[in-house]
Design a protein around this ligand. Sequence first.
Ligand SMILES: CCCCCCCC/C=C\CCCCCCCC(=O)SCCNC(=O)CCNC(=O)[C@H](O)C(C)(C)COP(=O)(O)OP(=O)(O)OC[C@H]1O[C@@H](n2cnc3c(N)ncnc32)[C@H](O)[C@@H]1OP(=O)(O)O
Length: 183
Amino acid sequence: MKHKVLRKQENSRMCLVCGVKNDFGLKASFYELDNGELAGIFTPREEHQSYPGIAHGGISAAILDETIGRAIMVTDRDMLGYTVELNLKYKKHVPLGQKLIVIGRITREKSRTFEGTGEIILANGEVAASATAKYLKVPLDKMPSFQEDSEDRMEWQVNISENDPREIEYEQKTDMKTCLRLG
Ligand SMILES: CCCCCCCC/C=C\CCCCCCCC(=O)SCCNC(=O)CCNC(=O)[C@H](O)C(C)(C)COP(=O)(O)OP(=O)(O)OC[C@H]1O[C@@H](n2cnc3c(N)ncnc32)[C@H](O)[C@@H]1OP(=O)(O)O
């Protein structure tokens, strides 16, 4: 099913997953969708390899961690989190050199913490890896360097590109109504 992009999220300067100036990183972009989920788009490269042709499992963990963590911004643009727990299931190889989609959503929100789930989806629609994660809430303005006149602060911004998709197509893996009930 196709889902409309409602908003592109900010990228950072040097984050391994979303840093626009981190040449060893994934340079992923994140899009908030009309079904309340967050989609990331990324292309693992040779720098991210484990066995030849296959992305390192730590890279899958990093992109899932960030996508679920960022999903809190769908409902609260000024909130992020410190990961306190991350569990992954590796189901298929994640290939290098192919544009992939990662989806995240929040399943439970409390006053100090939130939890969510996510999947890396292959071009054929199969789930390559899935994760559950828990975070301690940290308001963006309490993040290190946020109050400073630093490069990190200046470069935390939405970078619109002509390659940004207007719609993202994938089969939704989790019923959002179930998530709300769980929450
Ligand atoms: C200038 C601005 C630039 C912005 C740039 C942004 C760039 C990125 C963009 C976007 C990213 C978005 C996505 C995020 C993705 C990546 C995030 C990371 O990689 S974060 C690094 C890895 N994680 C850590 O380093 C935490 C290390 N842990 C700690 O520091 C402490 O454990 C801390 C502060 C998190 C909690 O310690 P306490 O003592 O303050 O809190 P207590 O009361 O013990 O726990 C609070 C809750 O957390 C649970 N908790 C704490 N530690 C836990 C643990 N080890 N395992 C499981 N649960 C734990 C507890 O059970 C409790 O949950 P209950 O409220 O009961 O539901």
